[in-house]
Design a binder for this molecule. Structure first.
Ligand SMILES: Cc1cc2nc3c(=O)[nH]c(=O)nc-3n(C[C@H](O)[C@H](O)[C@H](O)COP(=O)(O)O)c2cc1C
Ligand code: SF4
Length: 451
């Protein structure tokens, strides 16, 4: 397959790619000038809507459509909130954009704010990204000095201020309402929806939350047009009215047991195997793949036989995963123990659950305890069904939890045990040869520290 010519990552190998002069020398901010001179917010929103751009932050919600949920004729203020929390394990695409091409990010934010009539934009940045902080702040300062930010941008009647806000170093800060709470100076506890942020967001004012890669796609659509964007990716499925297609370029973060881990740009719809073999140089040390995470740990697992799954918004769902998520592919070779994988996943979610909802708080905690017991050689076969019961109840029942973390916690459990059940059973039988069938009375669960 011919390698896709990068667009989102086109500038990153240039010397000083983070500086305004370099960005402008490659046509940077031309799209913004044109949009401000020739379009109004409604027309620009329609343009993005017609591109079918879907948010790159994990849920794949159509961006232009989200913008139209803002109340019409609202006197303001309206806020644009840029989600740069990027805490999903395996995900680092936002980081590459912020560190290596921060002006592309800024131009995308200005265009998105113009469309939504936001006059203040906050970038909520993952605390653990000091270089992103430095580069973004440098780019913001340069953009103010050059008249791309502040009052009457480039002589137009549009004004915008951007504030960079460092996050609170927790996974839940990336959930959009947790992020808003944290931005307001409170604990990042997700809010019950509705009201959705478009109606009541930051400081209870209408707010749009968009991801860094999403606003970079907005900039590319403004520069290259809708036809270009829709010529890449996977068209809408005519037999499925709920599939609006997966258009445009995508950044895939490839890590784990591959020869060349990295952040790669490819069309939506590339298969997981193509990504591993053609971009990542294959599984490391000539080994075989055993499994891969298609899009962050919360999306579940692909088995080796499922690696031909297309990595578009619909693909992973067809093989029993939650979705494409952040398109962070983590490869596991044949030596990886699925028991260890699941134990580590569960520890992560138990640690990151904010604790507001009983199914999430208790379910994640009990899954860790049961897996710790299995790992310690005291597992019983029926533990596997108990774990599946947890997986089937913590996330899937609508309305029982406030946010999507619980659903994300459930998918690794369901996928690992359903797709690799033999391995779990063998492990339990091998490590608990005399006691694994004991069902009654239930041996007391060991209390295991999560830290
Ligand atoms: C637990 C949890 C963590 C999340 N973390 C992030 C994150 O780090 N970055 C992000 O953009 N979206 C994250 N999201 C999704 C956001 O809630 C939101 O959907 C997204 O920022 C919207 O941007 P988009 O429409 O541009 O995709 C997370 C969601 C959940 C449930
Ligand atoms: S689902 Fe979990 S993380 Fe989300 S609000 Fe409820 S307890 Fe908190």
């Amino acid at each position: 397959m011919a390698r896709f010519e990068p667009v989102l990552l086109a500038n990153i190998d240039r010397e000083n790619s983070h500086r305004l002069s370099v960005y402008e020398s490659t046509g940077g901010y031309q799209a913004l000038r044109r949009v401000l001179a020739e379009m109004d917010p409604v027309a620009f929103t329609e343009l993005v809507k017609s591109s079918n751009l879907r948010g790159r932050g994990g849920a794949g919600f159509p961006t232009g459509l989200k913008w139209t949920f803002l109340p019409k004729g609202h006197p303001g203020p309206i806020y644009m909130c840029i989600n740069a929390d990027e805490s999903e394990p395996g995900t680092f695409n936002n980081r590459v954009l912020m560190e290596e091409d921060p002006h592309q990010v800024i131009e995308g934010i200005i265009l998105s704010s113009f469309a939504t009539r936001a006059t203040t934009a906050y970038i909520y940045l993952r605390y653990e990204y000091p270089l992103s902080y430095e580069r973004l702040q440098g780019a913001i300062d340069e953009a103010y000095a050059a008249g791309y930010l502040g009052k009457n941008i480039q002589g137009s009647d549009f004004s915008l201020d951007i504030y960079l806000h460092r996050g609170a170093a927790a996974y839940i800060c990336g959930e959009e309402t947790g992020l808003i709470e944290s931005l307001e100076g409170k604990r990042a506890w997700p809010r019950i929806k509705p009201p959705f942020p478009a109606v009541e967001g930051v400081f209870r004012k209408p707010t749009v939350v968009n991801n860094i890669e999403t606003v970079c796609c907005v900039k590319q659509i403004a520069q290259r047009g809708v036809d270009w964007f829709k010529s890449i990716g996977v068209p809408a499925d005519p037999k499925n009215s709920r599939d609006p297609g997966s258009y445009g370029p995508k950044l895939y973060c490839l890590s784990g047991h591959v020869e060349r881990p990295g952040c790669y740009e490819a069309p939506l719809g590339i298969t997981c195997r193509q990504l591993i073999d053609e971009y990542g140089g294959g599984v490391w040390k000539g080994r075989r793949a055993k499994a891969a995470i298609p899009g962050g740990i919360s999306m579940g697992l692909l088995t080796e036989a499922e690696l031909d799954t297309p990595l578009d918004f619909a693909g992973p769902g067809k093989v029993g995963c939650l979705g494409l998520g952040t398109a962070a592919v983590v490869v596991m070779d044949e030596t990886v123990s699925m028991v260890d994988f699941l134990y580590n996943s569960c520890r992560f979610f138990a640690h990151e659950s904010c604790g507001q909802c009983t199914p999430c708080r208790e379910g994640t905690e009990w899954s860790v305890r049961m897996l710790a017991r299995i790992k310690a050689g005291k597992g019983r076969l029926r533990d596997l069904d108990l774990l599946l019961e947890i997986g089937d109840t913590i996330g899937i029942i609508p309305g029982t939890t406030i946010c999507g973390l619980a659903d994300g916690a459930a998918w690794p459990i369901k996928n690992a045990i359903r797709k690799f059940r033999d391995e779990f059973e063998d492990y339990i039988k091998r490590t608990n040869p005399t006691g694994y069938l004991v069902t009654d009375p239930v041996p007391a669960l060991q209390v295991v520290s999560l830290h």
